[in-house]
Design a protein around this ligand. Structure first.
Ligand code: NAG
Ligand code: NAG
Ligand code: NAG
Ligand code: NAG
Ligand code: NAG
Ligand code: NAG
Ligand code: NAG
Ligand code: NAG
Length: 428
């Protein structure tokens, strides 16, 4: 009797550990109360609910199939399967059937991640690897290697993990795209790409290059802070040009940090290593700066070199000072608004207090005051040519004064000499 209990206990333990598997087979289903856990437990895959915070009075949320570090202190997923296409409730189910790898859910079409229509495969399995790669593979016993049909590393979100590729690989662009806001995973305004022609690592705000690591790439990396080193390598051949990195783990590297490695493109365009170190702060590239990798914002003719955004408290002084055409547009973040405003010669700035949607400043305003509102205002650069004019005028005036003084001195001296009569008058 006792041994039967023990057996039951062992069976229960086996069942529990079996429940946390790293593999989903054909016909298997993963619903919102299940998880996949990688072999050593480093990463977990499952459905989770993301709260969007308050936007225009709504408190929205959405369900996502996400992957996260099991010991994550930040609670920021390292990959999302459906950032463009959140599910309304917890009805999502990940499954592999004859048509492919997909997420089914109540009240909508399935989200297809990979189609099997044109693929002959025998023994398909979805495996969650410790690296954070989710791989759909064909395990054909006749082959020496598992054939990869699809992998999450080919669909990066905002997070660059050790072993991932950033760049171009077999005709595929592999770049990061920021979240729309801190709490909305939809694609936002910034991208991070590896572009050897444009100077290596590049952060863009929409199409505009904002920052490039360039040759200072090695310099922006931390020099062994708290015993963790990153080994970045760039690869270039006919098919591929990409950057990847590995961790150089030392004896004293703390356990939690071994399991939390990542480079994240934050929603404001900044680059953060391992949730601790900012490699690049997008706020430093305000338009006119060309230091530390910042690239000058180009724009229409009305924007000259040196124009830049500054955060200023202002009051508008006319009822037409404000343009509300895109206010309430929930697909636009503040950074999108700054980009739109920069390209519009009639735009003077962007209201800084809205998380989503744009309110533009387009007419007269004054600075400060009790009921002032915080705006990102485009400050016009005092052009250099005007400085030069002032310098030229000063030099000219100094010269003229010198000449006048010289003439006066000469005349006085001549008169004095004449009056003393030491020099006789010349004949003519
Ligand atoms: C997930 O499936 C299990 C059984 O396979 C079931 O007990 C559970 O209620 C399901 N969860 C949801 C949220 O549907
Ligand atoms: C998984 O975690 C272990 C223990 O911290 C670590 O040694 C290993 O490198 C991790 N594996 C991957 C692929 O990150
Ligand atoms: C195929 O993948 C499975 C599951 O990850 C693994 O156990 C097996 O060793 C792999 N086979 C080959 C030949 O790599
Ligand atoms: C990759 O990006 C580059 C530059 O943005 C573009 O010219 C190219 O067409 C893209 N390639 C693919 C396959 O999307
Ligand atoms: C890529 O690596 C090579 C050395 O391996 C280096 O000379 C080159 O500058 C690197 N390219 C970039 C864009 O950093
Ligand atoms: C960094 O990675 C490259 C390529 O994998 C390797 O050749 C090199 O030895 C590594 N550097 C260190 C310090 O481990
Ligand atoms: C929101 O802004 C985007 C980009 O400017 C535009 O395409 C879209 O039509 C706008 N939506 C609304 C409801 O104004
Ligand atoms: C302001 O509104 C007008 C239409 O009312 C529009 O044409 C213009 O582009 C708007 N400016 C900005 C910066 O959105």
């Amino acid at each position: 009797m006792f041994s039967f209990k023990v057996l039951l206990l062992i069976l229960a333990c086996l069942w529990i550990s079996d429940a946390a598997t790293d593999t989903l087979g054909q016909g298997d289903k993963l619903n919102s109360s299940d998880h996949l856990v990688s072999k050593s437990g480093n990463v977990t895959l499952g459905f989770y609910k993301q709260d969007y915070g308050e936007t225009w009075g709504d408190k929205g949320s959405g369900y996502y199939l996400a992957m996260w570090y099991t010991q994550d202190t930040l609670n920021h997923p390292i990959w999302l399967a459906n950032r463009d296409d959140p599910i309304a409730d917890d009805s999502g189910v990940l499954t592999i059937d004859n048509t492919g790898l997909k997420i089914t859910h109540a009240g909508g079409n399935p989200i297809l991640l990979f189609s099997l229509q044109s693929t002959a495969a025998n023994n398909i399995k979805l495996v969650l690897q410790d690296s954070g790669n989710l791989v759909l593979q064909d395990e054909d016993s006749n082959r020496l290697e598992n054939r990869t049909l699809w992998q999450s590393f080919d669909y990066p979100t905002d997070t660059f993990l050790p072993g991932m590729k950033l760049g171009v690989s077999r005709g595929r662009n592999l770049s990061l795209t920021s979240w729309l806001t801190q709490s909305i995973p939809a694609p936002g305004a910034f991208t991070l790409e590896w572009n050897p022609v444009a100077g290596g690592l590049v952060v863009r705000l929409k199409e505009r290059v904002l920052w490039t690591a360039g040759e200072s790439f090695e310099n922006i990396l931390p020099l062994d802070p708290l015993n963790m080193n990153y080994n970045f390598t760039n690869v270039s051949n006919v098919d591929e040009q990409y950057l990847y990195y590995t961790l150089l783990i030392e004896e004293y590297t703390p356990e939690d940090r071994r399991k939390n490695a990542r480079l994240v493109l934050l929603d404001d365009g900044s680059l953060e290593l391992e949730s601790r170190l900012l490699l690049f702060t997008s706020g430093t590239c305000a338009g006119d700066i060309t230091e530390n990798g910042c690239v000058r914002w180009e724009g229409p003719k009305c924007r000259s070199n040196g124009d830049k955004y500054e955060k200023i408290s202002i009051r508008t002084t006319h009822k037409n000072s404000i343009n509300n055409t895109l206010m309430g547009n929930t697909s636009l973040s503040k950074n999108d608004c700054k980009d739109i405003c920069w390209k519009d010669c009639g735009c003077l700035g962007v209201n800084d207090q809205y998380v989503l949607g744009c309110q533009f400043l387009s007419g007269p305003y004054v600075q400060g005051g009790l009921d002032a509102t915080s705006y990102q205002v485009i400050i016009r650069h005092r052009s250099r040519s005007k400085n030069w004019i002032w310098i030229l005028i000063s030099i000219a005036m100094a010269l003229m004064i010198a000449i006048v003084l010289g003439i006066l001195f000469y005349l006085r001296r001549r008169r004095r000499i004449r009056m003393e009569g030491k020099i006789p008058r010349t004949k003519n």
